[in-house]
Design a protein around this ligand. Structure first.
Ligand SMILES: [Cu+2]
Length: 198
């Protein structure tokens, strides 16, 4: 029983520590400041152009190794442009008219890819999921319990009673993004994992 409380406390701390954060990048003649930015999955970056005609180009066309595209069109200051990063990885971007001197990097890390979470072994199929998913590889799970799904701000968005290991869980109402799963068998076991919805 003590073990259950410890796991649940660890989950709550993990959930509360990964709230969505907003980061600012100044755009000016000629540069991005900070030029390199480390953020967490789900964070928002706001670029603010305070002077000159610039843009943000982080498209896969321009940078084939970017996990996904982002960016805006060239325009005179003032403007702001924001993007929410929902895929981990390293993103490069540039200002097209000044590509030789205006280059930036965003490094997005996944706060959930820690030993704490992976060692709990709660996996889902398919991943990413669209309309539904099933629990996968939960060796110690009896098949009866309660599944709770939290968004990245720690808000519970879905609670489902689980009656079998192969039960399909409907997630048509969940927006694309990363979610945290908490599965309890109501006795002494709790499993944690993450869910990618597209
Ligand atoms: Cu520029």
């Amino acid at each position: 029983m003590k073990n259950l409380y410890l796991i649940f406390a660890a989950l709550l701390i993990s959930v509360s520590s990964i709230c969505q954060t907003t980061h600012n990048v100044q755009v000016f003649s000629f540069g991005f400041e900070p030029q390199e930015l480390n953020i967490a999955l789900g964070d928002i970056v706001i670029w603010e152009n305070t002077g000159g005609g610039h843009n943000v180009n982080g498209t896969i066309d321009q940078f084939p190794n970017n996990p996904e595209s982002f960016g805006n069109s060239i325009a005179q200051a003032p403007w702001t442009y924001d993007h929410t990063f929902n895929t981990a990885g390293t993103y490069n971007y540039q200002c097209d008219p000044h590509s030789g001197i205006m280059q930036g990097t965003i490094i997005v890390s996944d706060p959930l890819s820690t030993d704490d979470f992976t060692s709990n072994g709660l996996k889902t199929y398919p991943s990413p999921a669209t309309n539904y998913f099933v629990l996968n590889s939960v060796a110690d799970f009896s098949g009866n319990g309660t599944l709770r799904i939290f968004d990245i701000t720690g808000k519970m968005v879905l609670q489902e009673s689980i009656q079998s290991k192969t039960q399909q869980i409907n997630i048509e109402e969940l927006k694309p993004g990363v979610y945290i799963l908490n599965l309890s068998d109501g006795l002494d076991k709790t499993f944690a994992g993450k869910l990618m919805v597209q």
